[in-house]
Design a protein around this ligand. Structure first.
Ligand SMILES: NC(=O)c1ccc[n+]([C@@H]2O[C@H](COP(=O)([O-])OP(=O)(O)OC[C@H]3O[C@@H](n4cnc5c(N)ncnc54)[C@H](OP(=O)(O)O)[C@@H]3O)[C@@H](O)[C@H]2O)c1
Length: 222
């Protein structure tokens, strides 16, 4: 499978790219608004993998080109740019492409971060509204720490909650998540339930702010 990470030059994109390249044989494409930046970052990720004895090719492209080539496209960009990012390549997507939204709307004040959903109810719903009707959107990876993902020395031992309306698309993302060692995907219902998942992220960041030992915290259910 070919996975494109649009905004894969950033934190969560880096973490997911490294884990998929390290733990699986899937092809990983890095997307950016600037293809040169994507190529530079892709090379950095290859160097990191190589230093661990893993010989993988990671390629960099403009977001549109990465999305055009991929089976699964992760929208690893800040929440306010999810709509524009999807609209930027919507016309190039095959009908069986799966879009994945990890983005969370948050606002910061002195106390910490607060959940700030868009008027659609969640960023996952924004992505679904921006995507062509036939393209499925799955919300996933919202509650993972990018730092923990990107540090391949650390065992993840975490859950990730999935939401989506299309069973086949959810199954694909569930499989990709489960292939990351130490990550357990759990289905939490349709896109209408995305806000409950997204809203956990500011809580996790606030816990990290007030508790040193919870730096890079995630969730585990059971
Ligand atoms: N960081 C985490 O631990 C974490 C965990 C879970 C979920 N998330 C969510 O994942 C999303 C990305 O988080 P992040 O921490 O990876 O963010 P980030 O590092 O700040 O940004 C990711 C990438 O977004 C792209 N970008 C920036 N401005 C943009 C714009 N105006 N239009 C399109 N793309 C733009 C940039 O790529 P280019 O400049 O290369 O285009 C950047 O490298 C957020 O919505 C966040 O809520 C983050």
């Amino acid at each position: 499978m070919r996975i494109a990470l649009c905004g894969g030059t950033g934190d969560i994109g880096e973490g997911l790219a490294l884990r998929w390249a390290y733990d699986t044989d899937h092809e990983v494409l890095i997307g950016s608004r600037d293809p040169e930046k994507a190529r530079t970052k892709a090379q950095e990720y290859e160097t990191e993998l190589d230093s661990r004895g893993v010989d993988r090719t990671v390629k960099g492209f403009a977001n549109e080109m990465a999305a055009d080539r991929a089976d699964v496209v992760v929208l690893a960009v800040p929440p306010y740019y999810v709509r524009d990012t999807v609209e930027g390549f919507a016309g190039r997507l095959d009908r069986d492409t799966v879009l994945v939204s990890p983005a969370v709307g948050m606002q910061r004040d002195d106390a910490g971060l607060h959940y700030h959903p868009p008027s659609e109810g969640s960023v996952t719903a924004v992505a679904a509204a921006a995507a062509p009707d036939e393209v499925a959107v799955v919300g996933a990876f919202h509650n993972l720490s990018a730092g923990r993902l990107a540090n391949l020395d650390v065992e993840l031992d975490q859950d990730t909650l999935l939401v989506g309306d299309d069973e086949d698309a959810v199954d694909i993302v569930r499989m990709l998540a489960a292939e990351i060692e130490g990550l357990r995907p759990l289905y939490a219902g349709p896109v209408a339930n995305a806000a409950e998942i997204e809203s956990l992220t500011p809580l996790l960041i606030n816990l990290a702010k007030y508790n040193d030992e919870l730096h890079d915290a995630g969730v585990q259910f059971g």
